[in-house]
Design a protein around this ligand. Structure first.
Ligand code: F6R
Length: 614
C-alpha cells in the first residue's frame, strides 16, 4: 500500500525522504522513488523493488537538494516497473507528482490530454495528474492554483503531492476522500509531508492533518490550508506523542476506527490489478493457480474459517452459488476439522484468514489436504502458514490490521470472493459476456460507495448514543445480508460486551420473536436487495410487538424511514456487493458504542488478534 514523504527546509532532503519511506515499509510496496530539486532542476531516481534498490541508485548517482518528495508504490494501474514507479515527471520536466489512490476517470482524462498533445511515459493513472498540472501552469497561473485546477478533474479518492522547479520554495499537497491520509509536519524553518505519521515523527511532533477536499501549500516557514474550492481555512496544529504505536493511529482515536476508514484504500488495492478494465475486464488471480480444467472438475467448494472470516465465507457461498453455480458449504473450521467431512479430490477447500495462523483454520486445511482436496486460501498476512500450505491463494491487500476486531479484513475477502465467483463462472461457462461485463464494471463502484458510507460516521454515532446503555441487541438479515447480521452482532459483542445475536430474519417467528419488547433493540438489515420485501414485513412484525427498530436502508427509502425508529443509511449498491457497504455502518456503530462506554476498543478483554491455539 503506497506511502508518501516530502521535505522542504535547510537540510538535505534525500536522506530524510529515504528514512521516511523506510518507516512506511510495513505498508507493503513493490517500487520506490524520489524527486529532489537539485540546482533548480528536478532529479528523479526510481525503480521497481525495495528501498535498498532505491538507496543504491542514489548512491550510484547522488542527488542533493533541500526540497523533495518520495513514494513507495503498490502497483494498481500498470506493472511494478521503473517507468511506472512514482514520482512522475511531466513533459516539461518542471513538475513532478506522487500519488496514493486511483484516478477513476483516468482513461477519459488520458484521451483528453493526449488529444492536447501530452505524451504519456507510463501506464499509470497518476501520470494524468502531472499533465493536468502542466496544462494550467503558466506565467499567470502559479503552482498552487494550477494544482487546484488539476485536482478538480479527478474522480476517486486521493492523496497527492506536487513539486515544481518553477516555484522551488513550495510543495503542494492535497487530500481528496479516503485514499489514506495526508499529514503536514511543522518543524523550525522546515516542513514535512507524509501519508502516515511514522514517516515524519523522528523530526517533529507538531502536525496538521488534512481533511478530505483540503489542500496545503507548504513552504519552509509554514503552510496555507484551503479547500479545493480555493477558500482559505484556519487549522489546528496537533501535538502527537512519540509513541510509534500511537503514531500509526494518526488522526484516529483507535486502530479500529482507523482501519474502518482504511477500507476505501484497502478495497481499491484489492481490486487494482485484478481486473483488466482496459482489456475485456478479465479477472486475474494468478496466485490461485486456477486452470480451466480444475474449474470444470470442481464438484463442491467448502469454505472454512473462524469468526469474522467465516461470515465472509457465508457471503462467498451466495456469490459462488449464484454466479458460478457450484455448490458451496461453509464450515466453521473448528467443526470441519473434527466432523469427517465428505471431501475428495474433486473438492476445493477454501480457507479464509486474516492472520493466516489461526490454529483451527490451519487444522481444517490439513484435514482437507489429507482427504486429497485442492487447497486454497484468502489471507491477509503475507507469508503466513495459510498462504504457504495452500495450492493457491488470494492475498487480501488490506495492510496490517492491528485492532483485534476485524474490519478491513472482512470487506477485502468479500470482494475477493466476488472476483473468484466471476472467474469460476467464466471458466465454467455460467456467465455470458454481458453478465461478466456488468459484474466486473460494478466492482469499480466499490471504493466510492464505501467512502460514502464512511462519510456518514456522525449520523451513526448519534444512533450509537441511543444504544450505549442497552444490555441486548438483535441483528436480523436475510439472503446475502444474513451474514451481515452475524457480523454486526459479533462486532458489537466483542468490543462493547453487549449481548448481541445475529439471526436469519425468517427464523424470528420460530422462537426469538418472544424476546421482542422495548428493551430489545432490533437492527434490521434491509437494503434494496432481493430480500427487501421480506425485511419490510420483519420490521412491521417487530414494531407490532413494541420493539425498537434500527433499520439499515438504502438512501431515499421513504417506507423504511416511516417505519423504523432510527435509520442507518447506505448508498444504493448492486445487491451482490451490498454486504460490502451494509457492514460499514455496523462496524462504526459497534465502534462508537464501545468508545462511548470508554472501553479498550483495540484490545477487548479475553480476545487475541491471532488465535494460534485450539
Ligand atoms: C472478530 C475477529 C475474529 C477473527 C477470527 C479468525 O472481529 O477478529 O472472529 O475473525 O479469530 O481470525 P483469522 O481471520 O486471523 O483467521
Amino acid at each position: 500500500m503506497c506511502g508518501i514523504v516530502g521535505y522542504i527546509g535547510p537540510r538535505d532532503a534525500t536522506p530524510i525522504i529515504l528514512n521516511g519511506l523506510k518507516r512506511l515499509e510495513y505498508r507493503g510496496y513493490d517500487s520506490a522513488g524520489l524527486a529532489v530539486l537539485q540546482n533548480s532542476h528536478i532529479e528523479v531516481r526510481r525503480d521497481a523493488g525495495k528501498l535498498a534498490r532505491l538507496a543504491s541508485l542514489v548512491e550510484e548517482s547522488p542527488v542533493h537538494g533541500q526540497v523533495g518528495i518520495g513514494h513507495t508504490r503498490w502497483a494498481t494501474h500498470g506493472e511494478p516497473t521503473a517507468r511506472n514507479a512514482h514520482p512522475h515527471l511531466g513533459m516539461t520536466g518542471e513538475v513532478v507528482v506522487v500519488h496514493n489512490g486511483i484516478v477513476e476517470n483516468f482513461l477519459e482524462l488520458r484521451d483528453e490530454l493526449k488529444a492536447e498533445g501530452a505524451i504519456f511515459k507510463s501506464d499509470t493513472d497518476t501520470e494524468v495528474i502531472v499533465h493536468l498540472v502542466e496544462r494550467y501552469l503558466s506565467s499567470k497561473i502559479g503552482l498552487a492554483e494550477a494544482a487546484r485546477l488539476a485536482f478538480s478533474h479527478l474522480k476517486g479518492a486521493h492523496g497527492i503531492v506536487v513539486l515544481s522547479s518553477r516555484e522551488p520554495d513550495k510543495i503542494v499537497a492535497a487530500r481528496i476522500g479516503n485514499a489514506g491520509g495526508v499529514v503536514v509536519g511543522v518543524g523550525e524553518g522546515e516542513m514535512f509531508i507524509a501519508s502516515d505519521l511514522p514517516a515524519i515523527l523522528e523530526h517533529t511532533r507538531q502536525v496538521v492533518f488534512l481533511e478530505s477536499h483540503q489542500m496545503a501549500v507548504v513552504t519552509r516557514q509554514g503552510l496555507k490550508l484551503m479547500t479545493l474550492g480555493g477558500k482559505p481555512l484556519r487549522y489546528n496544529v496537533h501535538s502527537v506523542a512519540y509513541d510509534p504505536v500511537a503514531a500509526e493511529k494518526g488522526e484516529y482515536r483507535h486502530f479500529m476506527q482507523k482501519e474502518i476508514h482504511e477500507q476505501v484504500r484497502s478495497l481499491t488495492d484489492t481490486i487494482a490489478g485484478r481486473v483488466d478494465f482496459d482489456n475485456g475486464h478479465n479477472i486475474c488471480l494468478p496466485e490461485l493457480n486456477l486452470t480451466a480444467e480444475l474449474a470444470k472438475n470442481i464438484q463442491k467448494i467448502f469454505i472454512t474459517a473462524c469468526g469474522t472470516a467465516s461470515h465472509a465465507g457465508m457471503v462467498g457461498k451466495v456469490l459462488i452459488e449464484h454466479i458460478a453455480r457450484i455448490p458451496v458449504e461453509v464450515d466453521i473450521a473448528s467443526e470441519f476439522r473434527y466432523r469427517d467431512p465428505i471431501v475428495d479430490k474433486n473438492s476445493v477447500v477454501l480457507a479464509i484468514s486474516q492472520s493466516g495462523e489461526t490454529a483451527d483454520t490451519l487444522a481444517a486445511m490439513e484435514e482437507a489436504r489429507r482427504k486429497g482436496a485442492t487447497l486454497w486460501s484468502i489471507v491477509n498476512a503475507i507469508g503466513s502458514q495459510a498462504m504457504r500450505i495452500a495450492d493457491g491463494y488470494i492475498s487480501m491487500q488490506s495492510g496490517p490490521e492491528i485492532g483485534v476486531a476485524s474490519t478491513k479484513a472482512y470487506t477485502a475477502p468479500l470482494v475477493d470472493l466476488y472476483m473468484l465467483a466471476i472467474l469460476l463462472g467464466d471458466l465454467r461457462g455460467t456467465l455470458d459476456a454481458r453478465a461478466h461485463r456488468r459484474l466486473t464494471a460494478d466492482l469499480r463502484l466499490v471504493p466510492d460507495l464505501v467512502g460514502r458510507c464512511l462519510d456518514r460516521e456522525a449520523a451513526v454515532e448519534k444512533v450509537a448514543r441511543v444504544l450505549v446503555n442497552t444490555s441486548h441487541c438483535l441483528y436480523l438479515g436475510r439472503g446475502i445480508n444474513m451474514p451481515t447480521a452475524y457480523e454486526g452482532a459479533l462486532k458489537l459483542k466483542e468490543i462493547s460486551y453487549i449481548h448481541a445475536e445475529g439471526y436469519p430474519a425468517g427464523e424470528m417467528k420460530h422462537g426469538p420473536i418472544a424476546l421482542i419488547d422495548r428493551s430489545m433493540p432490533v437492527v434490521v438489515i434491509a437494503p434494496r436487495d432481493p430480500w427487501y420485501e421480506k425485511m419490510i414485513s420483519q420490521i412491521e412484525q417487530t414494531k407490532a410487538r413494541g420493539g425498537l427498530v434500527i433499520a439499515l436502508a438504502t438512501d431515499g427509502d421513504e417506507s423504511i424511514a416511516g417505519l423504523a425508529d432510527h435509520v442507518l443509511w447506505v448508498p444504493e449498491t448492486p445487491w451482490l456487493l451490498s454486504p460490502v457497504t451494509t457492514v460499514i455502518p455496523l462496524q462504526m456503530l459497534a465502534y462508537h458504542i464501545a468508545a462511548l462506554r470508554g472501553l479498550d476498543v483495540d484490545q477487548p478483554r479475553n480476545l487475541a488478534k491471532s488465535v494460534t491455539v485450539e
